[in-house]
Design a protein around this ligand. Structure first.
Ligand SMILES: [Zn+2]
Length: 713
């Protein structure tokens, strides 16, 4: 636990903690801590499992893909609910973006035998939603249209090293159809598509192997949470790791009349045909393949021997897409701050789903509607937050993080001036295991917040979280999310991409937090991710939905009500030191001198510690000069912005954060510009990136020192 900020506060807490535990809240004076505790307990009493379930049913009633009529109706529904709940300035913002819709797709094996792929999910007994005729067939967002007849090659996960292995075996994929599998650990399918495109393949088929999310993991739907024979993982293949959002407006908002670049010039628009398959449809291809036997790691969960293929199996693939400009809608509402209306805490969840979106995202959407109901009730009872809480329902997250990116680009200047932080909830719950992500400066406050919440297991959420982290460390099964960089930290402070926090962190320079509960979940992005699945496996009692609303709201309220924003920059410094330490393990590092950057990390840490101490003293005294308070909070909000390099990271100018980035797989990538330069053994760029890091550290140290001066005079 890293939340103890300094000796004076710790002593103070030791002597008074038992009497008035509220005094321990980071960023609050004793008096405002007491008030905050009252507000929070009122807030926590409002969300109920019944209401969570009722809202979840509304959102999971019908498929609601980005751009669809149903998804747009749900935008209207959210706006109406928010107005009823008492939110203010509710508005639906329209963005005209390059969207994607399936028209038709067919896949036929024409040699050595004939097989017509089904490309649909079959109904599941007991799950009436799975019979809904509005469920689409197999498709991948942003695939191009086309037709090809070609041999099929098995390329394992479709990563660059997989093609190296094929090459060594004398197998070329040029002009052929590659068959790859979704992989564990998760790798974004768009990276698989780009890799296949670069290798010259004519098309890519991505299937769900039972080893990854099916019967090799456990019982399948409807007997268990894993993916059944016919489940299809849809998804987009947009190259949004290059630049997210509308491919035709890279870096600016797709508001009416905005300049649009030709789609041929858009770096994030794929130029390959792509289709997802269930294992039912992949098996006939795999079991008929010739060529060398695939290596042991390439063998999957099907009861066959996997071969590399390349000659014998030929297939005919035809995909027709309707890709073109269409409107996406972001719903925005707020509770105006009572004291500081121009300081914003921003919350968001995406609305669009590949089908019903039981987990992804409707569990989060239901939690958001319960959270806003509780906020509205508090405001009506005179418990309005000090700062403004802005809430958004994003659209087209699944396509390319599109709605949040366009909104963020539209309001970038406002957000850089006013935003305190962004708190994202995408999938609220697929099970009981809490995962919390935060930029390092907010990790201590997030951990402290979880101590005030009750987990359904009976423990407090902090202890439940700790048990989860320890269990996951022990089994060394690192999924998409790793735990924090410091052994004492629970929060995952390594933040990649793959959800709506991206524009806020990487483009605008806002501190971000991400919340969610996870469990065994094999129906991701399939039609079986629905109400039935949630009520049988994910969260049958809706207790984790309720807890998500509570946690999300309490975290937001602490940021919105704090006297002094609960940032911990000493914690940030130790994380950065760790990032640099990991980088130093790279080869050829003797060519790069990081002495200057290291010294600046020490200085930043020392300044952070001094500020922590001054703030704790000032808060404990209960007396803070309002002008000092304002200067301090404004200054602290600037720290994250100062990690931005306006030029962006080399090759990806949209991604401006120098500490946080993402790999093409969406995986986290710390010190992205520096790390990629070191990996490429590009020492001039590495030196230049190290200098940028050093200067940003200097700038923030200077800023913290100035704030510390302010508070002491
Ligand atoms: Zn999602």
């Amino acid at each position: 636990m890293t939340a103890i900020r300094c000796a004076p506060l710790a002593l103070f807490l030791l002597s008074y903690a038992n009497l008035t535990p509220a005094q321990s809240i980071l960023g609050f004076t004793p008096t405002s801590s007491t008030r905050e505790t009252e507000v929070e307990s009122k807030f926590k009493s409002i969300p109920t499992p019944d209401e969570e379930r009722r809202q979840h049913r509304i959102f999971t009633q019908e498929p609601h893909i980005a751009g669809s009529k149903r998804n747009n109706e749900l935008a209207d529904y959210i706006a109406a609910e928010w107005r009823k709940q008492g939110l203010e300035d509710v508005i639906i913002r329209r963005y005209d973006v390059y969207g994607t819709n399936p028209k038709s797709a067919s896949l036929e094996m024409i040699a050595p035998t004939h097989y017509q792929a089904i490309l649909r999910e079959t109904p599941i007994p007991g799950d009436d939603d799975s019979k809904n005729p509005a469920i689409t067939g197999a498709w991948l967002g942003m695939s191009i249209s086309g037709e090809v007849t070609a041999p099929v090659v098995y390329a394992h996960s479709g990563n660059p090293e997989d093609y190296d292995l094929l090459r060594k075996q004398g197998i070329s994929v040029k002009g052929k159809i590659v068959l790859v599998r979704y992989s564990n650990p998760y790798s974004y399918r768009g990276f698989k598509a780009l890799t296949a495109q670069r290798e010259g393949a004519a098309a890519i088929l991505i299937y769900s192997d039972p080893a990854e999310d099916g019967y090799k993991k456990g019982k399948v739907d409807p007997d268990g949470p894993w993916g059944p024979e016919y489940h299809i993982q849809r998804g987009a293949i947009t190259y949004d790791f290059m630049v997210p959002g509308d491919p035709q407006t890279p870096g600016w908002a797709s508001v009416p009349g905005a300049k649009r670049i030709p789609i041929e010039d858009a770096v994030s628009a794929p130029k390959i045909m792509a289709l997802p398959l269930s294992w039912h449809d992949a098996k006939p291809l795999l079991e008929n393949m010739d060529g060398p036997v695939a290596p042991a790691e390439w063998q999957g969960g099907l009861p066959i021997q996997y071969h590399l293929g390349g000659e014998r199996v030929k297939a005919h693939l035809k995909i027709e897409m309707d890709n073109g400009t269409q409107p996406y809608y972001v719903v925005e509402g707020r509770i105006r701050g009572a004291d500081l209306p121009d300081e914003w805490v921003v919350l968001g969840n995406h609305r669009d789903a590949w089908a019903f979106g039981g987990v992804d995202p409707s569990s989060g959407t239901a939690s958001m509607i319960e959270l806003t109901r509780a906020l509205g009730q508090l405001a009506k009872q005179g418990m309005r937050p000090r700062r403004t809480i802005v809430v958004c329902s994003w659209d087209g997250e699944e396509v390319g993080l599109t709605g949040s990116t366009e909104w963020g680009e539209q309001f970038a200047d406002d957000l850089r001036a006013k935003a305190v932080a962004y708190i994202n909830v995408d999938e609220a719950t697929s099970g009981p295991n809490f995962h919390g992500q935060a930029v390092a400066s907010l990790a201590p406050m997030l951990e402290e917040t979880t101590r005030s919440l009750q987990d359904p297991s009976g423990k407090n959420l902090y202890d439940a979280w700790k048990a989860t982290v320890e269990r996951e460390k022990a089994s060394a099964q690192s999924g998409p999310f790793n735990s924090g960089v410091l052994t004492s930290t629970l929060a995952d402070t390594r933040i990649g991409s793959g959800s709506d926090h991206t524009v806020f962190l990487n483009f605008i320079g806002m501190p971000v937090i991400g919340l969610g509960f996870e469990g065994d979940y094999g129906v991701y992005h399939s039609a079986y991710d629905d109400f039935f699945w949630m009520n049988h496996f994910g969260d049958p009692g809706y207790r984790y939905h309720t807890l998500t609303s509570q946690l999300w709201g309490v975290t937001a309220l602490r940021l919105a009500n704090a006297d002094l924003l609960p940032f911990d920059f000493a914690s940030y410094a130790s994380n950065i030191r760790q990032f640099v330490a990991e980088l130093v393990n790279g080869k050829g590092m003797s060519k790069l001198d990081l002495t200057g950057a290291r010294k600046e990390i020490d200085n930043f840490e020392a300044a952070g510690k001094r500020l922590d101490e001054s703030m704790a003293q000032s808060l404990a005294s209960g007396k803070i000069n309002p002008a000092v308070e304002q200067a301090l909070n404004q200054g602290m909000m600037q720290v994250e912005r100062n990690w931005l390099n306006p030029d962006g990271i080399p090759g990806r100018p949209w991604f401006k954060h120098i500490l946080y980035g993402a790999r093409f797989t969406y995986a986290h990538l710390e010190l992205p510009g520096l790390t990629e330069a070191v990996e490429n053994q590009d020492w001039p760029t590495a030196r230049q990136q190290a200098e940028i890091l050093q200067h940003a550290l200097e700038k923030n140290t200077k800023l913290l020192n100035e704030l510390n001066e302010r508070i002491q005079h």
